[in-house]
Design a binder for this molecule. Structure first.
Ligand SMILES: Cc1ncc(COP(=O)(O)O)c(C=O)c1O
Length: 391
């Protein structure tokens, strides 16, 4: 069958490939410790579930406006204003079918064929593939492990050219957990504005910050509004990955373009999920710090245990729920040449699933998701230590 060229430019997400390999082993009855999934292990909080049940019982099951009901868009802009001091109007907000869909729509509406899109490494794999899908050129800017994988305006400046259309920033970062300093974020936004390029800020993990650090959004800085685009998601903050609600905050022109596209593709996000999202954003918020406290314990545990493994180095993840250890000390031992080999051997021999750094644009690392129980973390980290010792 002859498929469209655009589809051949992208590949199946390697993060999904790990999940599939782990599932296959599990089906054979093998006890796999899975550090692959990028999703909370908590159930959706009860108040949110009840809101969805009420919506079903009230027959809230018809098409809604393409970009979501006004009540939801208002809940999104109000919550963003409360958390970050931003001032978006409802006309500057569209709800999408998850953050991934938000990002896909932004690229589709904004980036032309042949444009350059700057993506700092390590990056969430989807950014690069969507850039390729719209036939733009992903330009990778390598952040330094010694700087905790944080992008700086100085690093970025060297890569901006007249062909640059969009710069993608994801802080807290998947996979490294790196969090930009607020001042640096502002410098980056100023640079983008001065050079006439758009800055896409993916705020998927905005509420996953540790050591008392407060959430920050560049959307709170009105002075950059003409160049800043926010992609948000309720998936991780409220343990709602399956409900599929994300959003874009941007100038009305971009919102209208996205609505046009959405009107011919997905139409509105699921009506029931919209009601659940309104409750998530406007209802009681206790579940968020409660889950965060749990992640904070796990993060400390994982970091300590990883750093205690001879040869393993791990930059401090300031946010999200991932650790991104450097495992290159294992290269050249037991036939392991890169992090793909490392992950494959670790799964095969020690039955621990991690995601190879190649999926995120670096070769010396693997991603460990600590969105899993302490018991699983303990078991998996023991297995990694024994695996490394036995190489
Ligand atoms: C960096 C980043 N952005 C956006 C998303 C999108 O999440 P969702 O489509 O579930 O809202 C993810 C999910 O893994 C992510 O890791």
């Amino acid at each position: 069958m002859k498929l469209a060229t655009r589809i051949s430019r992208i590949s199946v997400s390697q993060t999904m490939a790990v999940m599939e390999a782990a599932v296959k082993l599990r089906e054979q009855g093998i006890d796999v410790v899975d550090f692959g999934p990028g999703e909370p292990d908590f159930p959706t909080p009860d108040n949110i579930k009840q809101a969805a049940i009420r919506a079903i019982n009230a027959n809230f099951s018809k098409y809604t406006p393409i970009g979501g009901v006004k009540e939801l868009r208002k809940a999104i802009v109000d919550k963003h204003a409360r958390d970050f001091g931003s001032k978006y109007d409802v006309s500057e907000c569209v709800a999408n079918v998850g953050g991934k869909h938000a990002i896909f729509n932004i690229f589709s509406a904004l980036v032309d064929e042949g444009d350059d899109v700057i993506i700092p490494t390590p990056y969430w794999v989807t950014f690069a593939d969507i850039a390729r899908y719209v036939n733009s050129n992903p330009i990778f800017v390598h952040t330094k492990e010694s700087d905790g994988f944080r992008l700086t305006a100085e690093l970025l400046e060297r890569s901006i050219t007249p062909k640059t259309r969009l710069v993608v920033v994801n802080s807290p970062n998947n996979p490294s957990g790196a969090v930009l300093e607020n001042g640096e974020f502002v410098r980056i936004a100023k640079l983008c504005q001065d050079r006439g390029v758009y800055l896409l800020s993916d705020e998927c993990y905005s509420h996953f910050l540790y050591d008392g650090r407060k959430p920050f959004s560049i959307g709170g800085h009105q002075e950059f509004k003409d160049h800043v685009i926010i992609a948000g998601s309720i998936s991780k903050t409220y343990a709602m990955t399956g409900w599929r609600i994300g959003y874009v905050l941007a100038l009305p022109e971009l919102i209208s373009a996205i609505l046009k596209l959405q009107s011919h593709s997905t139409s509105n996000p699921a009506s029931i999920s919209q009601k659940a999202a309104i409750e998530a954003l406007s209802g009681p918020q206790e579940s968020v710090p409660a889950m965060l406290a749990e992640y904070a314990k796990r993060r400390k545990f994982v970091l300590e245990r990883l750093r205690a493994i001879p040869g393993v180095k791990c930059a401090e993840p300031g946010g999200a729920f991932y650790a991104y250890p450097n495992i290159s000390a294992a290269f050249g031992r037991g036939g392991i040449k890169n992090s793909i080999d490392f992950s494959a051997r670790l799964l095969e021999k020690a039955h621990v699933a991690v995601t190879p750094g190649e999926a995120f644009g670096t070769n010396d690392h693997v991603r460990i998701s600590y969105a899993t129980s302490m018991e699983q973390l303990d078991k998996g980290l023991n297995r990694i230590r024994e695996f490394m010792a036995g190489l």
